[in-house]
Design a protein around this ligand. Structure first.
Ligand code: GLU
Length: 493
């Protein structure tokens, strides 16, 4: 059965770095919209001016682009439901606040911040949950109009029903029933004329014809309010989906600032801006995030198209997901193995360049098949393969000494190998391996001893991709120079 085209939105506030939580909502939004032939929208919720952080909107745009979650409408691409930045939609919210005041669902409140704070302190002393005490709720409309005309500052509050209960339906959690007397008269429009999240998000979701609201479970507390606002306007509700929370890697408690700081020390991050530098791929990261909160088999490897194929909101789950960075490694490594040689070459090249190395594209394409199986993160290409592009390598002299031998003996072996290599007009797997193997036979040494010296001499490291293939890529001149250098180092010991 064809699904109705969905319009979904990611609605981040530009208050800090874009993180895993936002990325996962964006991913599910994207999948649902694309799967149904609908649209995925980016809306910037920037009405809490004090909390806005310069540069974070750009971080969101860059993050979504890096992840490959291209939105159909948004502040920088436009669209017919714009503007897509809430501070540019003020008039829309005040108009809507007036509609609610006119139909009795909201009222102006003239209580000052000091007064509200005092009430709050008293309520806390009485061990009550802080809530608006209703001072202005039943103010005579003429009195309210007079105060407004006098220029008194006011907010607009929602008139929450006092009796009965609100039933709010979440697609994953079912009906959530809340006694209305537990609910507060929340502020919808602040005294600076800007809306709170509660009004702005509800109005925009309606105006932008959003069909499915996917968001974090931190909004469950005010979910009954949101449902009441939609109903006060007489609008149809979207399908609401409050996603699962992320728990610390230990599984105990929510992911905290401290855990986040600890992760970066271990080479992981929940901030999208860090992922590229840490060597994670969008494919690996998205696959990992997708499965936290989606009931498919835990190690299903999927790219965006395959996820879209299988995505179904009925399979999302509300159970908390513990962050497991080893799984992120697993998905990253798995996707790296699936990239074509050219694709992977293009992805690792920037890491070499950032290290100041001169990358030869022809060599790069030869290196990729040697490295691919060894990479967990893309930046691992450096520890396994920077020797390919370095002018010289500086081995640790002690590493040049073969097991069971001394420096002098090792130097003699290196010299013999130098002569064998020098006799070859080119250095390739085919040309070098046979004469070197003959030499191993004659010497009575083990291949490990002999080739260990050659490996450290030519690559500068004890672990490397296959030796002869590597030497072929390094090239004859550099190999010879490196072996000579190794002899020199050994002879100095
Ligand atoms: N601006 C809200 C936030 O950043 C968005 C919540 C929602 O998706 O409705 O948490």
């Amino acid at each position: 059965m064809a699904l109705k085209p969905a319009r979904t939105r990611i609605a981040p506030s530009p208050t800090g770095h874009m993180h895993l939580g936002t990325a996962r909502v964006a991913l599910y939004d994207y999948l649902l919209a694309k799967k149904t032939g609908g649209q995925f929208i980016l809306r910037i919720e920037d009405t809490d001016l004090k909390r806005n952080v310069p540069g974070s909107e750009q971080g969101i745009l860059d993050g979504l682009r890096w992840l490959g979650l291209q939105y159909d409408e948004g502040p920088d691409v436009g669209g017919k439901y714009g503007p897509y930045r809430q501070t540019e939609r003020r008039e829309i919210y005040s108009q809507h606040a007036r509609i609610l005041v006119a139909n009795g669902s909201a009222y102006p409140c003239f209580c000052s911040a000091d007064q509200l704070e005092k009430t709050k302190q008293e309520q806390m002393k009485r061990k009550e949950n802080p809530h608006y005490d209703g001072t202005c709720r039943d103010m005579d409309p003429d009195e309210a109009a007079r105060r407004m005309a006098d220029g008194q500052a006011y907010t607009i509050r929602f008139r929450m029903p006092k009796e009965g209960a609100t039933i709010a339906h979440d697609h994953l959690r079912g009906d959530i029933v809340t006694e209305n007397k537990q609910l507060n008269d929340y502020v919808l429009l602040k005294s600076d004329g800007l809306p709170t999240y509660h009004l702005a998000a509800i109005v925009d979701d309606h105006e932008m014809e959003i069909t499915h609201v996917l968001r974090g479970s931190e909004w469950l507390g005010t979910f009954p309010l949101h449902v009441n606002i939609v109903r006060a306007f007489g609008w149809e509700e979207p399908i609401w989906i409050h996603l699962s929370v992320f728990l610390k890697p230990s599984g105990k408690g929510k992911m905290s600032k401290r855990e986040t700081a600890a992760a970066i020390k271990d080479g992981y991050s929940i901030f999208i801006k860090d992922l590229d530098e840490l060597g994670f791929t969008p494919e690996g990261f998205l696959n990992w995030s997708a499965l936290m909160g989606w009931g498919v088999a835990e190690d299903d490897v999927m790219d965006l198209d395959q996820m879209m194929e299988r995505f179904n909101i009925d399979h999302l789950t509300s159970s908390p997901a513990a962050i497991n960075f080893q799984k992120l490694d697993h998905f990253n490594a798995t996707h790296i193995r699936l990239f074509s040689t050219e694709d992977l070459g293009g992805r690792i090249k920037p890491y070499f360049i950032r290290e100041g190395l001169n990358v030869n594209d022809e060599a790069l394409l030869k290196i990729v098949p040697l490295l691919r199986e060894r990479l967990v993160t893309l930046d691992d290409c450096l520890s396994f393969g920077s020797f390919f592009f370095k002018e010289d390598v500086i081995p640790n002299p002690d590493d040049l000494i073969a097991k069971g031998l001394d420096a002098k003996q090792s130097a003699a072996i290196a010299r013999r190998m130098y002569e064998i290599l020098l006799a070859q007009s080119d250095i390739s797997h085919e040309s070098c391996e046979p004469p070197l193997r003959v030499y191993v036979e004659e010497s009575g040494l083990s291949a490990n001893q002999v080739f260990g010296i050659l490996r450290v001499a030519t690559t500068g490291q004890k672990v490397s991709p296959p030796l002869f293939e590597s030497m072929e890529i390094i090239g004859r001149e550099k190999c010879l120079a490196r072996v000579l250098k190794a002899i020199e180092l050994l002879e100095k010991l």
